[in-house]
Design a binder for this molecule. Structure first.
Ligand code: FMN
Length: 245
């Protein structure tokens, strides 16, 4: 079974339901006093929302495989095309293959390690949201990804994390479920909707194009709908009240 199809089958269309507004109107029309009703007509004015439009959300796409001969670029490029089509996202690709951090954590890293951190850490800190593109290795996720996560802390806090996974039989979903536990510890919130490719290589042609993209594109849009909702909500919240951790 194609997991992209299975996942997208679980996806609900973004809600355009206006029931809440309708209920409120009904209460007022029928004379049922809402507890917050007021005689002040200015209280019903539409708030002045004039002002500069919000900055595009900064999305860090984290490539989790550094394996020689990896398939990761195919899946990543596909997802980047979906992010570009979605629009209004400022995307930074953070590839673990280009982040050479030692597996031995240190409070006093060498100058070489400091230089690596000086590049990658501010990029993680600047992100409003993350999408992790991860394969599954032995029912989990790659060690290089865990290393990047463990070298950081507050960079993940109070931000949403979505997943695009791939692998053999499981489509990387076991890696994703483990990552949900890890990111909970990092004070991040993970997005329910995922994009998952089982037998990933069979979905793409030799030029890296998806052979039958509609299900996967629907799943990517659902992921991005949820991710951007959380990213905006948490960016607003962090600007009002810095996250305490
Ligand atoms: C060490 C290793 C372990 C793997 N374990 C699993 C696994 O448990 N489940 C699965 O579905 N695929 C597994 N695979 C298949 C990978 O998910 C698949 O080869 C994928 O393309 C790896 O991503 P990469 O090529 O970007 O590194 C494994 C591959 C490797 C190299």
């Amino acid at each position: 079974m194609d997991h992209t199809t299975r996942e997208s089958a679980q996806v609900s269309a973004p809600s355009t339901d206006t029931d809440t507004d309708t209920d409120t109107d009904t209460d007022i029309d029928s004379g049922t006093a809402a507890p917050f009703a007021t005689a002040d007509p200015s209280a019903t004015d539409v708030p002045d929302t004039a002002g500069p439009p919000p900055a595009p959300l900064r999305l860090a796409v984290i490539v989790a495989s550094n394996r020689e001969g990896r398939f990761a670029p195919v899946v990543t490029d596909w997802f980047l095309s979906r992010a570009a089509a979605y629009g209004d996202l400022d995307v930074d690709v953070i590839d673990v293959a280009r982040v050479d951090l030692p597996t031995a954590l240190s409070f006093s890293p060498s100058d070489d390690v400091k230089a690596v951190l000086a590049d990658v850490s501010p990029r993680l800190a600047a992100a409003d949201a993350f999408v992790v593109v991860t394969p599954e290795y032995n029912h989990s996720f790659p060690a290089a990804l865990k290393n990047l996560i463990d070298w950081h802390g507050s960079e993940w806090h109070a931000k949403p994390v979505g997943f695009v996974s791939y692998g053999g039989m499981s489509g990387g979903l076991r890696a994703v479920e483990q990552l949900r536990q890890v990111f909970a510890e990092m004070h991040a919130t993970t997005i329910r909707e995922t994009v998952s490719f089982h037998g990933a290589w069979s979905h793409f042609d030799v030029d890296g194009r998806h052979k039958d993209p509609s299900g996967a594109e629907t799943a990517a849009k659902a992921l991005l709908n949820q991710l951007t909702w959380w990213a905006r909500a948490l960016r607003d919240a962090r600007s009002v009240r810095p996250y305490g951790g």
